[in-house]
Structures are given as structure tokens and as C-alpha cells.
Design a protein around this ligand. Structure first.
Ligand code: COI
Length: 359
């Protein structure tokens, strides 16, 4: 349905207003002129698709989302290309994951083609909001929530869907010099059979007390261990993790239902194969990580996600010990993967994977 979203009510910001808003956008506090919106009811299915001016919503306090947190979201980026065009990176992967997340939260899945049309149309209408500097982009945030007004604990019969757009730079303010992690022992992010692999707001809500603890410890991000054995490294508060060894190989924890299946994580695995870097999905314990970092067997580590792209990890702090990784600076393999990824995303390098969707 290429005409699901009407555009007749979209608006354009004056150039000076837009340019002022786009100066040093940081991450996620500046929004473009428009947003996509659609509604679902059990009687009519998905309908009322439109691109409209970005504006506050009116929602009854009784809406199910406020009580039982039936909410999912996505994150993907629009890039301004070196040839002057614009593109999305693997939007089909986000569309698919959005369906899976909806199924896990017992929500009405948004058809993938409707998701794709929403992000493509918003990207095109707000293309003047795409920053041009390398590493900057227009971050799209699709979000869906239960809007039925009722307090019974059951799946909503009504949903609202929106896509917001934010011009963004680095997720971490000082990300280029690497981030530090705090290993959470008091908190878990997800348990077996839980919602860990769904991209739902609840997972992020559950991470916040641990993230606050990390910040009190002077660290940038929390890293979670598995909830049962408190042994295996799983992921950070808002991104996946990779380890780089002295023999040149890389490793990331396997997806076992408790880890968010990141699009960047998957891209790094495929990119590594293409670059001749051996890549494994294997469990890695916090004890082994500390031992390997101290012995020099492990030389780099990095966080990856749509927002974080690839960000080097320089230091790890635990309750009773801490360790620095490699030289404490971004390593060669991290930078090689980061640049290869950015080159494909920005159109500087050819895309052998069919990931880039030009608009
Ligand atoms: C993303 O990487 O896009 C996310 O959704 C995670 C969040 C830290 C912004």
C-alpha cells in the first residue's frame, strides 16, 4: 500500500528555524517538522495513515499503555549520501523486528510495507533535516502503543503508531575517546522467557536503575550479565557488545532470547566475514573478559547499535575490581569496522549486501 500515508497536511519549517534547531543537535531532543501517524482498531484494522506536523497528542489517562506498558519502538537512520541523495539503512530489518516485537507484546502487528512507507515518506518530506557531517544522520523513531481506554489487564483492541525524526550526532558526548562500563550485579535486564529480545520500552525502563548506578560509579553505560548465573556478558543498557582478540577474531554473545537482536550487531557479523575477520557468537564470562583483558589476549571491545553506531569501550568497572582494555583508545579492528560500516551507510563505499535503500 504505497498510498497508506497521505501527505497533504505536512509542513515545511523556514530554513533559518531549521538551521538553528539543527546546530549541535546531540541525541534525541530536536525533532523535525513532521511525524507519521496511523491508528489500529479491531473493527477497521490499520487506517488513517498520514504525515502531519510534529505536535503533542491527546490521550486519555486510562489508555492501556500507561498502566500495563504495551509499547514497542524502533530506531533507524536516514543518511545524506556523498552523491547528494538520501538513503535508509536496512529498514526491512526494522520492519520485521517491529512485527516480532508486536507479537511478543500481544499487539496488532503493523504490516511491514506500511512501516516501510511510513519511514520512507517521512524521510523524504523532512529530508532537509538530515545533517551532512560524517557520523550524523536523521534518526527515525517508530513507536506503537496501546491506546484503548480500559483498565482490564488484556491486549488492547486499539493501537496508535507514530514515527518521529531527529537530526542526531554522536549518542555519547565524548564517544570518540571511548566509553566506560559498569558491570551490574544487582540488576538484570531480561530473563529467559521474558521480553529481552523484543524492542519494548519496558526493557529500557528496567535498565534505568542499573544505568543510574553506572553513572554514580562514574561510568557511561551499564553492562548486564545473564540473570540466572550472573556470569555471562549479555548487553549494555541500550546496545550490543563485541570483543576483539589479539588473534584478530571478534566475538559477541549469542542471541538466546534475552538479548536484543541488533541490526548493527547483525551487520557487524556480516561485515566481518566480508573483511576476512573471524567472527563468533559465543558466550563470554565476565571473569574471562577480565582475565583476557589483563593478559592481553583481548585487545579491544566495542558497543554497537543504531544510535551508538560503533563505540569503543576503554574501561570496565566492577564491584571489586576494574580493568582497562588495550591501550584505552579505540583499536584498529574497532575503527576498521566502524569506518567500513559508515562508508556503506553514507554511500562512500559500495554496498555488497543490498542493505542501503536509496530514496
Ligand atoms: C538505538 O540504538 O537506536 C536504540 O534504540 C537504543 C537507544 C540507546 C537509543
Amino acid at each position: 500500500t504505497p498510498n497508506f500515508f497521505s501527505t497533504q497536511n505536512s509542513v515545511q519549517a523556514a530554513a533559518d528555524v531549521r538551521e538553528a534547531a539543527m546546530k549541535n543537535p546531540g541525541f534525541g531532543s530536536v525533532f523535525s517538522s513532521n511525524m507519521a501517524s496511523a491508528r489500529y482498531t479491531a473493527a477497521d484494522g490499520w487506517h488513517d495513515g498520514k504525515i502531519v506536523p510534529y505536535a503533542p497528542l491527546t490521550i486519555p489517562p486510562s489508555a492501556l499503555v500507561f498502566h500495563y506498558a504495551q509499547e514497542i519502538f524502533e530506531g533507524l537512520k536516514v543518511y545524506s549520501r556523498e552523491d547528494g541523495g538520501i538513503s535508509l539503512f536496512r529498514p526491512d530489518a526494522n520492519a520485521r523486528r517491529f512485527v516480532k516485537s508486536a507479537e511478543r507484546l500481544a499487539m496488532a502487528p503493523l504490516p511491514e510495507e506500511v512501516f516501510l512507507e511510513s519511514v520512507e515518506k517521512l524521510a523524504l518530506i523532512d529530508k532537509d533535516w538530515i545533517p551532512k557531517e560524517r557520523g550524523s544522520s536523521l534518526y527515525l523513531r517508530p513507536v506503537m502503543f496501546a491506546s484503548q481506554s480500559v483498565l482490564g489487564v488484556k491486549p488492547s483492541t486499539e493501537y496508535s503508531y507514530y514515527v518521529l525524526a531527529c537530526p542526531v550526532g554522536n549518542y555519547f558526548k565524548d564517544g570518540d575517546s571511548g566509553i566506560s562500563l559498569w558491570v551490574s550485579e544487582n540488576y538484570s535486564r531480561a530473563g529467559i522467557g521474558g521480553t529481552g529480545e523484543a524492542k519494548c520500552g519496558g526493557n529500557y525502563a528496567a535498565s534505568l536503575a542499573a544505568q543510574a548506578e553506572a553513572q554514580r560509579q562514574g561510568c557511561d553505560q551499564v553492562v548486564f550479565l545473564d540473570s540466572r548465573e550472573k556470569t555471562w556478558v549479555e548487553e549494555l543498557g541500550g546496545m550490543n557488545i563485541f570483543f576483539v582478540f589479539k588473534d584478530g577474531s571478534i566475538q559477541t554473545p549469542p542471541l538466546g532470547g534475552t538479548i536484543l537482536p541488533g541490526v548493527t550487531r547483525d551487520s557487524v557479523l556480516k561485515l566481518a566475514a566480508k573483511l576476512g575477520i573471524e567472527a563468533r557468537e559465543e558466550l563470554y564470562s565476565i571473569e574471562q573478559w577480565e582475565a583476557d583483558a589483563k593478559s592481553g589476549k583481548l585487545v579491544e571491545a566495542f558497543a554497537c547499535g543504531t544510535a551508538a553506531v560503533i563505540t569503543s569501550i576503554r574501561h570496565v568497572k566492577r564491584a571489586n575490581s576494574e580493568f582497562t582494555i588495550g591501550s584505552g583508545k579505540a583499536g584498529d579492528t574497532t575503527l576498521k569496522l566502524k569506518n567500513a560500516l559508515l562508508d556503506i551507510q553514507s554511500g562512500k563505499a559500495e554496498d555488497p549486501f543490498g542493505w542501503v535503500k536509496r530514496l
